[in-house]
Design a protein around this ligand. Structure first.
Ligand SMILES: [Ca+2]
Length: 489
C-alpha cells in the first residue's frame, strides 16, 4: 500500500511559485519594456502562457492573504497593509495582519498529497503582535515595531506565534519569512541603511546569515536550488516569494547602477531618460531577479526535472510609483487603477502547455484552486472564491466572470469595491457612493469615466456589485453610503 502511494506522489508535477514584490506589469521585457533587462523571463515567456489581465490587490498584505487562502479580503479581514491605513475609524474597517487559523493555506492540502514544501522570502501574513489581533474589529489600526527593534524575535519562535509561520501552515521549511514587508527591518536606519537588508549582513532572524558581499535574492535562490536537489525524487513545492524588488532600492553594484542611469528613453512605456537614482537602483534589482530565475531554470535542466515542473511567475501588486513608471496604465501600487492592480503573470509547463497570450481576466484568488488541480487534490472541502485557470492554460475559456475586490480601508485610494466583467470595470467609493466606469480595451488609461454616458451599464454593474455584497454579507465601514446602519441615523 505504501509503495503505491509513493508512486502516485512521484507522478505529481513539481511546482515553483515565484512571487516578486512590487514588480510592475511593464517592468519586464515580455510586457513591452525596452528599459528593463529581463532576458531569462522574456525567453521563458515565449514558451509560457502569459496573462495580460492578471490582477492582484493593490498592496502586499491583501494579495498575500488572498493568494495563500484563496479567499476574498472580507473573509480574512485583510484589506490593506495595516500600518499604511489612513483616516478615522468610521471610514475604515482596519485590517488584520495575521491570517487566522480557520483559513487553510494551499500548502496544507498539497502536503497531504505528498509534496515536500519550502517557503522562501517574504511571508507577511503574520503580524508582529498576533495576541493584539484577538479583539476584532479593531478600534485603531495595528502598529509595528521600529526598524532595528528585534524584541519580538523570541516570542515569534514560540508555540502561539509559530503556528502562523510557514511550518505551522504545512511547509516543511521556512527561509526568511516573518512579518516583515521588506528586508530592511533588521536595520535601525531601515531604508536609509546602505544594506537595506539586501546586502549581507541580512539581519533576518529566520535565515542563515550571509557573508560579506552576498545578495539576499541570490541567497534565497541558493536555498531553493538546494531544496530541489534534496527532493528531486519527490514532488516538491517551492514557494519562492522574493523580497525583491520592493523598496529600499539598493543597487546590486555601482557599475550596474551607472548602466541604468545612462539609459535612454523607452518611447513605448515612457520609462525615463531622466531616471532617478531610485529607479536606476530598482532596475538593477529587477535584472538580478531575472538572473536568479535563469539560475532556477538551469538547475531544473541539470536535475532533469524541467518537463515535470510547473513554474508560476507573478508579482503581488503593481509597481511602486517611487521606483518605476509606465505611461500605458493609470496609477501605481496602492491605487485601484490598473497600474496598481495589474501584474506580470505567466505559467510554464514545458511538458504540457503551449506558449500563448491570454487576455481573459484572472485574479489572485484563482491560484489556490489551480494548485489543487495540478496536485490532483480532489477531496478539498473548504470554501474557495476563485476558479482553476487550467482551462485557460489549455486554450479554453472560463466565460465572462464577474470579479470583485473589496477594499474597506483607506490608503492611496478611499475605501471602495471594484468589479470587473470582460472589458468593463466599475469602482464604487464606499463613503461618497461615487461611481467610476471604464472600458479597459477602448480606454486602457482609465481616462474616460463612462458612469454618466453609459448610465444603464453602470446601474447594471452596480446592482450586481450590491447583490454580491448582500449575498456574502460583505462588511462596510460605518460611514459607507450603502451601510444600512447609516440610513438608520
Ligand atoms: Ca508588494
Amino acid at each position: 500500500m505504501l509503495s503505491v502511494c509513493a508512486v502516485e506522489a512521484r507522478d505529481k508535477p513539481n511546482i515553483i511559485f515565484i512571487l516578486a514584490d512590487d514588480l510592475g506589469y511593464q517592468d519586464v521585457g515580455f510586457n513591452g519594456s525596452r528599459w528593463f533587462e529581463t532576458p531569462h523571463l522574456d525567453a521563458l515567456a515565449k514558451e509560457s502562457v502569459v496573462f495580460d489581465n492578471a490582477s492582484m490587490y493593490p498592496t502586499c498584505s491583501p494579495s498575500r492573504a488572498a493568494l495563500f487562502t484563496g479567499r476574498h479580503s472580507f473573509r480574512t479581514q485583510v484589506y490593506t497593509v495595516p500600518v499604511l491605513e489612513k483616516g478615522k475609524a468610521a471610514d475604515n474597517l482596519y485590517s488584520r495582519w495575521t491570517v487566522e487559523e480557520k483559513h487553510p493555506f494551499y500548502s496544507q492540502p498539497l502536503r497531504s498529497v505528498g509534496y515536500q514544501l519550502i517557503h522562501l522570502g517574504k511571508w507577511h501574513v503574520v503580524g508582529p503582535y498576533p495576541e493584539r489581533e484577538l479583539d476584532y474589529p479593531f478600534k485603531k489600526k495595528l502598529g509595528t515595531p521600529g526598524s532595528g527593534d528585534m524584541s519580538w524575535v523570541e516570542r515569534h519562535k514560540r508555540e502561539y506565534v509559530e503556528r502562523f509561520y510557514p511550518e505551522g501552515r504545512g511547509f516543511h521549511k521556512n527561509v526568511g519569512g516573518t512579518f516583515w514587508g521588506d528586508p530592511a527591518r533588521g536595520y535601525k536606519a531601515g531604508y536609509k541603511s546602505e544594506s537595506g537588508g539586501y546586502k549581507a549582513p541580512f539581519k533576518n532572524p529566520f535565515m542563515q546569515e550571509g557573508e560579506e558581499g552576498d545578495w539576499l535574492t541570490d541567497a534565497l535562490t541558493d536555498e531553493a536550488i538546494r531544496f530541489m536537489k534534496e527532493n528531486k525524487k519527490k514532488p516538491f513545492f517551492i514557494n519562492l516569494h522574493y523580497y525583491s524588488p520592493h523598496r529600499p532600492s539598493v543597487a546590486t553594484s555601482s557599475d550596474a547602477l551607472e548602466k541604468y542611469q545612462k539609459k535612454v528613453l523607452d518611447v513605448g512605456t515612457g520609462q525615463s531618460a531622466q531616471v532617478t537614482k531610485e529607479m536606476a537602483a530598482y532596475g538593477t534589482m529587477v535584472e538580478n531577479l531575472d538572473m536568479n530565475i535563469g539560475r532556477i531554470l538551469d538547475a531544473l535542466d541539470v536535475l532533469g526535472v524541467r518537463e515535470n515542473t510547473i513554474i508560476v511567475f507573478t508579482s503581488d501588486n503593481g509597481y511602486n510609483g517611487i521606483q518605476s513608471f509606465t505611461q500605458c496604465l493609470r496609477g501605481s501600487k496602492g491605487q485601484i487603477y490598473e497600474g496598481g492592480l495589474r501584474v506580470p503573470a505567466l505559467v510554464h509547463w514545458s511538458g504540457r502547455y503551449k506558449g500563448a497570450r491570454v487576455d481573459e481576466n484572472i485574479t489572485v484568488l484563482d491560484y489556490f484552486p489551480t494548485l489543487l488541480e495540478w496536485a490532483g487534490v480532489e477531496d478539498y472541502k473548504s470554501m474557495l472564491d476563485g476558479e482553476s485557470i487550467v482551462p485557460l492554460l489549455e486554450g479554453g475559456s472560463l466565460g465572462e466572470r464577474a470579479l470583485f475586490w473589496h477594499i474597506a480601508s483607506n490608503y492611496k485610494t478611499p475605501a471602495n469595491t471594484v468589479m470587473k466583467k470582460g472589458a468593463w470595470k466599475l469602482i464604487q467609493f464606499l463613503k461618497t457612493g461615487e461611481v467610476e466606469l471604464y472600458h479597459l480595451v477602448d480606454d486602457p488609461l482609465e481616462e474616460r469615466n463612462l458612469a454618466k454616458s453609459h448610465a444603464d451599464r453602470a446601474k447594471l454593474m452596480l446592482d450586481e456589485m450590491e447583490s454580491w455584497r448582500e449575498k456574502h454579507s460583505v462588511p462596510l465601514p460605518e460611514s459607507s453610503i450603502s451601510n444600512p446602519k447609516k440610513d438608520d441615523e
